[in-house]
Every structure is written in C-alpha cells, then in structure tokens.
Ligand binder design. Structure first.
Ligand code: NAD
Ligand code: WQD
Length: 334
C-alpha cells in the first residue's frame, strides 16, 4: 500500500484522514468537487504535514475524469468519502442524495474494476442501525429500514459494495462512524458547516462565538440518565487514524468485505457534551431546553471490541479533548 486515492479528501473527515495518511508515509491523491469544501483546505493540510497534496477538482460521477486519473496513477487503494451528508436535506431532495451517493459509488467501482484497483474503504454510518434497542450496537446488530434517504444511501452502498466484491478480486472495509466531532489539535483544519449547522457540536461552537444566539436542546424527556439523547462522539483525528488501520488491513484480509464500528464505546448525553464544552473552555453557553427533533433516536453507542481486536485501533481522545479542539478551531473562523 503506497498510493491512495481519497475522494472527498478536502471535506471534514477526509482532510483529517489525508493528514494521517501523509504522516504515515502514504502518497495521497485527493479528488473533490468542492461541493462542500474549500480549496484552502489543501494548503492547511500541507501546513500541518509539510508535504504537498495532489488535488484533482472533479466529480466522482464524472467517469471520464476518473478514468483519466486512474490512467495516470497506479492506486493501491481508495478511500471513498465523497457524498452528501445532511439528513434533513435528503428528505427534501432524495434524488440529489441517491444520485450523488449511489451513482457516485457505482461510477467509482466501475473505474476501479477497469483499472484493477481492488481495495476500498467506505464511509458508512451508525445511521444504518436506526433506533435499535440492542445497545451497545455490534456489527451484527440488525440493520433497520432507514429513517431518511441519506440513511438509505448508506445501506444501499454497503449492499452494492458487498454484491460487487463477491465475484471479484475485490476487498472492502465498511467503516460505520458514530458521531465525528472536534478538529485537528493544530486548529488548521476542522468542520466547515454551510449555513445553520444541524449537528450539535458546530451549533455549540457557533453559539459560543455569538454567530447563533442560543442552542436548543432537542428534548429532555428521553429515558436516559438526564433526559437528553445519548450519542457516541468520536474525535475526528481518532476516526481518521482508523482509516489508516483499515488500509493496512484490507488487502490481506480473508473475506471480501468486512465492517467495523468506529466510536469510542462510550455514550454521552447532550447535557454532558455541553458541560464538557463549558468546563474545558471556561465558556458559558446560552442554551434552552426545547422539544424533541423529529427522527431523533433516544440513544446509541458502539461496541468497539471488533475494531479494537481486528484493526488494533482504539479511540484516544476524550470528550474534553473533542470540545477543546472544536472550540480552538471555531475561534480561527471568521
Ligand atoms: P464533508 O461534506 O465535509 O466531506 C465530503 C467531501 O466530498 C466534500 O469535500 C465535498 O466537496 C466532496 N464531495 C461531495 N460529493 C462529491 C462528488 N460527487 N465528487 C467529488 N467530491 C464530492 O462530509 P464529511 O463529514 O467529511 O463526511 C465524509 C463521509 O463520511 C460522507 O460519506 C458521510 O456520509 C460520511 N459520514 C459522515 C458523518 C458525519 O457526521 N460527518 C457520519 C457518518 C458518516
Ligand atoms: C446529536 C444530538 C440531537 C443539535 C447525525 C446523522 C447521522 C450521522 C451523524 C452521518 C442529538 C442533539 C443537535 C441541536 C440538539 N451522520 N442536538 N440541538 O442526529 O446523532 O446524527 O450526524 O452519517 O446519520 O443523523 O447528530 O449532531 O445532529 O445530534 O439538542 O441544535 O444532539 O437531538 O441528540 P445525530 P447531531
């Protein structure tokens, strides 16, 4: 494993993964259409690693651009991040999501097959487990019908990869991320949400910065220790490192497809996240309790024994680190 293509490599998780790959000695080429990222991210990655990043601005749905790229490089593996990810938007614009997330994957698989590139790491999500009662979730927890078109795209993409890999010399790892948060400790890269954030942590940091007036906690009457929802928040740098471990493992694995939960194994309530943010940063947050958000699940966290045992990966950063780094990153943004 030497040369890796990272689709969506200028995005939030992709950019942190490119840093880890470069720091581990991989030669990285990024393909991104800047749909949800900025070209400056390239320079910021380079400022961290001191190595140039080869960036191709193209759409993963553009088979000709992909073909040209695969003709001019020999890739040992691909990490496929490029996708749309906003759950609410996917309900309003399902075709946009099916097109980008599913057609994009099919386009990529076609070109990988033609150029005999046979290792793929795919960004899946804990959303595939839905509102399960089977906690913590293991990789064998039943997949539920998705609550949103976004969730459906992740389930379908997992199925497409599994079907594709069955009859080919093809190996793929599906990583089911829990809730990625935080930013690089250097504060040079982080999440760049467009418009009003849907996710908790960017909403917290934007409220602390004064961009948003007040955070609303979506419900305090859940059956959890303080009444607010529980999630498994995972530092984006830890998540990025899991991709490096997956790449090191994928080529030699016996089966065609394997799947891993990537979380810390710990659940935190919304109130615990806010408390960690306030304490570690010495900032008072303006928040109120509001009503439940439609579609939210009460609680979910990962059983991480498989990823720990097989990939030898464990999360290192704490919820305090996540809040510290998220705030340091927010303070750098105008
Ligand atoms: P992001 O939007 O920050 O990054 C995605 C990148 O892909 C962006 O740079 C965007 O410009 C690019 N992109 C999108 N469509 C493209 C296309 N057709 N061609 C080329 N580039 C394209 O998102 P992220 O948070 O880094 O998520 C990365 C992946 O992880 C996605 O597949 C997402 O569904 C998945 N995921 C994210 C989360 C999360 O909470 N952030 C959780 C689970 C899974
Ligand atoms: C976390 C908690 C909210 C905002 C989403 C996707 C999932 C995955 C990760 C991609 C919940 C609460 C939030 C706010 C709040 N993405 N909250 N006030 O919903 O767990 O997961 O991102 O695959 O598919 O659904 O993350 O950050 O939106 O919410 O109280 O303003 O924070 O109710 O309990 P979620 P989130």
């Amino acid at each position: 494993m030497h040369k890796i293509l990272v689709t969506g490599g200028l995005g939030y998780i992709g950019s942190h993964t490119v840093v880890e790959l470069q720091q581990d000695g991989f030669d990285v080429v990024v393909l991104d259409n800047l749909n949800n990222s900025k070209l400056e991210v390239k320079e910021n990655i380079e400022a961290i690693t001191g190595k140039p990043v080869d960036v191709i601005i193209a759409d993963v749905n553009d088979s000709k651009a992909l073909n040209d790229l695969f003709s001019s490089h020999h890739f040992d593996g691909v990490i496929h991040f490029a996708a749309h990810k906003a759950v609410g938007e996917s309900v309003e614009h399902p075709i946009k999501y099916y097109h980008n997330n599913i057609t994009g994957l099919i386009s990529l698989l076609g070109v990988m097959e033609r150029h005999k590139v046979s290792n793929l790491i795919f960004s899946s999500s804990c959303t595939v487990y839905g509102a399960t009662k089977d906690l913590p979730v293991t990789e064998t927890t039943k997949i539920q019908k998705a609550e949103s078109p976004y969730g459906t795209t992740k389930i379908l993409c997992e199925d497409i990869i599994t079907d594709f890999a069955k009859h080919k010399e093809f190996k793929s790892i599906l990583l089911r991320y829990f809730n990625p948060v935080g930013a690089h400790p250097s504060a040079k890269i982080g999440e760049l949400p467009l418009g009003v954030p849907n996710n908790l942590v960017p909403y917290i940091t934007q409220t602390a910065k004064g961009i948003r007036e007040q955070l609303t906690i979506f419900g305090s009457d859940y059956n959890t220790k303080d009444g607010t929802c529980v999630r498994d928040y995972i530092h984006v740098v830890d998540l990025a490192k899991a991709h490096v471990k997956a790449l090191e493992y994928v080529n030699g694995m016996k089966q065609h497809v394997d799947v891993f939960n990537v979380g810390t194994g710990n659940g935190n309530t919304v109130l615990e996240v806010i408390d960690a943010f306030e304490k570690v940063n010495d900032v008072k947050l303006n928040y109120q309790i509001g009503s439940r958000r439609a579609g939210d699940i009460e609680q979910i966290w990962a059983d991480t024994s498989k990823v720990s045992k097989v990939l030898n990966w464990n999360a290192q950063y704490t919820i305090n680190d996540m809040m510290k780094h998220a705030w340091a990153w927010q303070k750098t943004l105008k």
